[in-house]
Design a protein around this ligand. Structure first.
Ligand SMILES: Nc1ncnc2c1ncn2[C@@H]1O[C@H](COP(=O)(O)OP(=O)(O)OP(=O)(O)O)[C@@H](O)[C@H]1O
Length: 217
């Protein structure tokens, strides 16, 4: 199993005491499969994604990526897992401002010890062929979002975690990016866990995990 989540609990301290946000979440995700994470605002989607990404640790329960329990890892091992096995597409694009589009793509492949392969072909599929030598600040928000998607895919992670990855794109471009992500998942055998508020996009994925008040509904 690529990703196993079992009985995960997470609370945050607030002025009124601990506020439970995730209350016993369990699910599995196989390689080559795509899973939509849906639920109303505040239901715990981003919190769950952060835990799976190893950016935070659960209070109870277990999260295994390829059989490795991320809560038991040292910070250094967790960082290495994030670098090599897990690809994050979050709302902050975190592009490197001093690198052009093509260099941003290539750099991330090398960071993950991957041969970047056909970067120009990928840029083409991202609709960025005419912007290869631009710097992030010279791109629109949607173009930056596509670089962020490409940057993650070029590293060929085992697990792709995405938070509204097409949120800044028009419907046609968003659908094209969804198609690209699904193709890459199918080609590389990676798993995709994607937060979305869109029923339409959720319907394009293999399965859905719907959260309601911190539980699987
Ligand atoms: N660091 C934190 N400290 C305290 N409370 C937090 C923290 N992070 C999240 N929360 C609370 O946890 C709950 C779930 O937040 P989360 O961001 O996971 O929801 P979400 O489903 O992703 O929402 P949205 O769709 O609006 O992004 C919210 O009530 C939020 O206020």
């Amino acid at each position: 199993m690529l990703l196993s989540v079992r009985a995960v609990e997470k609370s945050f301290e607030t002025s009124e005491g601990p506020q439970p946000v995730l209350r016993g979440i369990s699910f599995d995700l196989d390689g080559g499969r795509t899973l939509a994470l849906t639920g109303e605002s505040g239901s715990g989607k981003s919190t769950l994604l952060h835990l799976v990404a190893g950016l935070d640790v659960p209070d109870a329960g277990m999260i295994e990526v390829e059989g490795w329990d991320i809560a038991q890892m040292s910070d250094a091992t967790r960082a290495a897992l994030r670098r090599n096995a897990v690809g994050l597409i979050f709302q902050q694009f975190n592009l490197i401002p001093s690198l052009s589009v093509i260099d941003n793509l290539t750099f991330h492949a090398r960071l993950a010890d991957r041969d970047p392969g056909d970067v120009r072909g990928l840029a083409d599929r991202l609709g960025l062929a005419d912007h290869l030598h631009r710097f992030p600040e010279q791109l629109s928000g949607g173009q930056q979002q596509r670089v962020a998607i490409g940057r993650t895919l070029v590293a060929r992670p085992r697990l792709v975690l995405a938070d509204e990855p097409t949120g800044n794109l028009d419907e046609a471009t968003g659908d094209a990016m969804m198609g690209l992500m699904r193709d890459m998942v199918a080609e590389t055998g990676a798993g995709l866990l994607m937060v979305t508020h869109s029923e339409r996009l959720a319907g394009m994925l293999d399965a859905r995990l719907h959260l309601r008040a911190g539980q699987v509904a």
